[in-house]
Design a protein around this ligand. Structure first.
Ligand code: 6R9
Length: 655
């Protein structure tokens, strides 16, 4: 709490330059207020107007918002459209030869693909998928590295009405298995491997392992894109090379016209229980917000070259790589590799070489790049940049200032965009030609997004007082349900305590006297490690699944680069280990978690105790564990502890 207070004492305000404002898609506070008023006066009319302007409909909608089965809202429900048509076919008449994707491989090789070529690639692959039996409504797991093929695969699913579920390539076979079975997927699209930092890494073995875990009878085919061309284990009945799947297929494919509410994708994210939630999104509402935020937040112009560094395995990659940029007809850069290879200047060199105008990345990347060379950007020509953005976690004012001064050379507004997997697109963010920027604040809600801060009973809190961040009205790109678990959707996001009608974001926030929002972080048991959401329960379940472990508790602790680090308190079934023994078990447990969930979830620290501190009712005292992790003085009442000596044990970090 103290850090947020100091952040909120930030008094610097950076106003947009007149020249930026003059050319902006939303001009000045007047322009912003006019849109907000329009939304307040006629909420449905406001969104309907945007949906007519920005989407192409096969059958126009006549209904806008259906609240009859709240909180299962429906938008534009009697309309018909196709997302892939809106991202590809729509542009064929006006800009067939515009570059859609510039792909830079790990080794620096550049491939460019026009809208027309991408359209044909998507159609051909869509026909290939159909030939393999995929059809409307089927769930398709995509486990691919950053590649043009990843976008082709997602767009091809959208084209035939199949529901994709992309699994980040850094997730383990176990995590993959969990998602395959939860979604009952009939098809998996993967690659033999991927290149990162000059090394070839295998990907398909994780799919093979996942399918060998059982319960995957639903999966009929595995399509494999050949990227690294190494040795690949093969099941001739089940596996098909991508290049064979498209062989002889026609390069046009009539899109499957779907209802506006037809699910476009399910994306798994961490919540406060051990089991990840399948966040389900719609077709029309999702795409509408993706396109409109390209226009408003990123001030999109035809001449822009857009670069969002997120992997397509995360929501940011869905909305601002696969759908938003293509929906609006942009040229964008996609990058296969890592920011540190061949050296820490890679990002800056890419901005220079490709003349990037709009650069969107995560605070954790910014912090690590500062550490690797705060002056490095000065060695490159970054004059093409006109707008910068951040996403994924709160940005500390120091990192913000560096980004603004050193990367943007004080010329580029920084849009600090607050949103979530569940919201589909930006929610609270500066508009670059509108808001004066305060480092560390995501400023104000977009027009039509009714964000507010409330107390436990759902009442608005006064400005300057913290509370729960909620969205008071449904919006088009919101989550529709948790796949296969509508009850959990209702309970989690529309709790009765708040009257059951506000969307509860799960973040604590503050609104200052100027009406600027400041995000304080999660209020549930969700950690934000390098901008990735991880449930503490998920990591705990992984740890206790290890035969050596009796009990485990996981908390976060502030970390300079990652934002938060994972600290695990572990009680073994045997005696508390010491010395070399302890070191070996720590290494084993970290690898174990990497296997169970993925390397991103590896605990940074493991501490062993004879027991965990618990209340009389047996609840783990997490606040105490958080204080211990931070190395703070213990001021809490610990009189209920059976064995106070364990506090000393739990202070000890095994290095
Ligand atoms: C898009 C994305 C969502 C959680 C969210 C919040 C944190 C995201 C932020 C931010 C402060 C920002 N978060 N953007 N916190 N300022 N600009 O990251 O989705 O992976 O679902 O994470 O990330 O805590 O609740 P997701």
């Amino acid at each position: 709490m103290s850090s947020i207070e100091s952040v909120m004492n930030e008094t610097r305000v950076f106003e947009p330059a007149e020249s930026f404002k003059a050319q902006a898609n939303v001009k000045g506070m007047d322009g912003y207020r006019a849109l907000c008023e329009q939304a307040e006066k006629d909420y449905e009319g406001f969104w309907a107007g945007l949906a007519r302007e920005l989407l192409v409909w096969k059958k126009p909608f006549t209904k806008v918002l259906d609240e009859s089965n709240a909180p299962f809202y429906k938008w534009f429900d009697d309309g018909e459209m196709n997302v892939s048509y809106n991202c590809l076919d729509k542009h064929l008449a006006t800009q067939p030869n515009k570059i859609a994707i510039i792909f830079e491989a790990d080794d620096g090789k550049v491939t460019k693909i026009t809208y027309k070529d991408l359209y044909h690639r998507v159609c051909t692959f869509a026909n290939g998928l159909k030939a393999l039996g995929a059809k409307k409504g089927d769930r398709v797991i995509i486990y691919l590295p950053m590649s043009i093929e990843a976008v082709v695969a997602m767009q091809a699913c959208a084209r035939i009405g199949a529901i994709h579920s992309v699994v980040f390539g850094g997730f383990s076979a176990k995590s993959l298995h969990e998602r395959i079975t939860d979604a009952s997927a009939s098809l998996i699209i993967t690659a033999d491997g991927q290149f990162r930092g000059g090394k070839a890494m295998q990907l398909k073995p994780a799919v093979d392992d996942a399918l060998a875990m059982g319960g995957c009878e639903c999966v009929k085919k595995v399509v494999v894109y050949q990227r690294t061309a190494g040795e690949t284990a093969w099941d001739a009945q089940r596996d098909v090379w991508w290049h064979d799947a498209v062989q002889g297929q026609a390069d046009t494919c009539e899109p499957e016209w779907v209802n506006a509410e037809h699910p476009l994708f399910v994306l798994y994210t961490s919540g406060s229980t051990g089991k990840p939630k399948g966040v389900q999104h719609s077709s029309a509402g999702f795409l509408l917000h993706a396109i409109n935020t390209m226009r408003w937040t990123f001030d999109y112009k035809d001449s822009d070259i857009f670069w969002c560094t997120a992997d397509v395995g995360w929501i940011t990659g869905h909305t601002y790589v696969t759908y938003g940029p293509l929906g609006i007809g942009a040229t964008q850069l996609m990058f296969e590799g890592v920011p540190t290879y061949p050296d820490a200047g890679r990002f800056w060199k890419m901005i220079q070489d490709h003349k990037i105008t709009t650069f969107y990345t995560a605070p954790t990347a910014i912090r690590s790049l500062i550490k690797l060379g705060a002056d490095l950007p000065k060695q490159y020509d970054l004059s093409s940049l006109r707008l910068l953005g951040t996403v994924g976690e709160p940005i500390n004012p120091e990192a913000w200032m560096w980004y603004y001064n050193t990367v943007g050379q004080t010329r580029c507004p920084v849009v600090d965009t607050w949103w979530q997997t569940e919201t589909g697109g930006h929610m609270i963010t500066p508009l670059p030609g509108v808001h004066g920027l305060k480092p560390g604040s995501c400023t104000m809600a977009l027009p039509g997004i009714m964000a507010a801060i409330v107390d436990e009973a759902g009442h608005d809190v006064e400005k300057g007082k913290g509370g729960f961040l909620v969205i008071k009205r449904p919006w088009p790109s919101m989550i529709r349900t948790i796949y296969g678990d509508p009850e959990r959707y209702k309970k989690n996001y529309f709790p009765e305590d708040l009257g059951g009608k506000y969307y509860l974001a799960g973040d604590g926030a503050n609104c200052d006297l100027d009406g600027y929002f400041w995000i304080m972080g999660r209020i549930d048991d969700v950690l934000n490690v390098s901008g990735h959401r991880l449930g503490t329960m998920e990591i705990e379940s992984a740890l206790v699944a290890n035969p050596l472990v009796a009990e485990a508790a996981v908390v976060g602790k502030p970390h300079d680069i990652k934002g938060e680090a994972v600290v695990a308190y572990v009680v073994l079934k045997g005696a508390r280990p010491e010395g070399e023994d302890a070191k070996k078990i720590v290494a084993d447990l970290r690898n174990w978690v990497a296997k169970e969930i993925g390397p991103i979830a590896k605990p940074d620290e493991i501490r062993f105790g004879d027991n965990l501190p618990k209340t009389r009712s047996g609840k783990i005292m997490r606040r105490l564990l958080r204080a211990l992790a931070k190395g703070e003085e213990i001021t809490q009442d610990v009189s209920t502890l059976e064995n106070p000596a364990i506090l000393e044990q739990l202070k000890e970090v095994v290095k």
